[in-house]
Design a protein around this ligand. Structure first.
Ligand code: ROI
Length: 165
């Protein structure tokens, strides 16, 4: 049988509820356990103040790089299943607290614009908690439509982001 084509995807992990550091760890384990996914790299854990509404706990964030045979929408649904398994409750409020948020940041050099999925993720250009962990594991990346990751990072203040390990 032919080997299925693989892609390299970067996934952002974020949590600010119910022991965020262990939510991220459990999320990583669940991603690694998915069929059709192999972990290539995992960033340090980062701590940051909430972006958006301030009346919520601080966040922990990380980024994982994977090699995958899953197509983008299949990957998205698999990640949503993991979010739900970790008690994610989707509220009507935008930008509220969450036990686990998994975002596809990049999928090869693809630009995807679907109702449920935008790649590169919109936060990639100006969110320190996305850019810094991503740059840690992939310093030479080009972000389709936005140029070199290193240039985006150099324009993005740390804004209180702290690397934890
Ligand atoms: N703020 C931080 N610091 N980290 C996040 O992962 C994060 N995720 C979000 C919003 C609510 C926008 N703020 C965040 O979805």
């Amino acid at each position: 049988m032919n080997r299925p084509e693989t892609a390299i995807a970067y996934i952002g992990l974020g949590s600010n509820l119910a022991d965020p550091a262990s939510q991220i760890k459990t999320g990583r384990t669940a991603i690694r356990a998915l069929k059709g996914i192999r972990e290539l790299a995992f960033s340090s854990l980062y701590y940051s103040f909430p972006m958006g509404p301030q009346d919520q706990p601080d966040y922990y964030n990380a980024v994982i790089a994977v090699e995958t045979t899953l197509l983008p929408m299949v990957l998205l649904r698999a990640l949503q299943t993991i979010e739900n398994a970790q008690g994610r409750i989707r509220k009507t409020e935008r930008w509220g607290a969450r036990t686990l948020d998994l975002d596809i940041l990049l999928y090869n050099d693809q630009i995807i614009d679907l109702p449920d999925l935008t790649v590169p993720h919109s936060g990639i250009t100006d969110r320190a908690f996305v850019l810094y962990p991503l740059h840690e594991i992939a310093p030479d990346l080009q972000v389709p439509g936005h140029g070199a990751l290193a240039d985006l990072l150099s324009q993005c203040p740390l804004a209180g982001l702290k690397k934890l390990d």
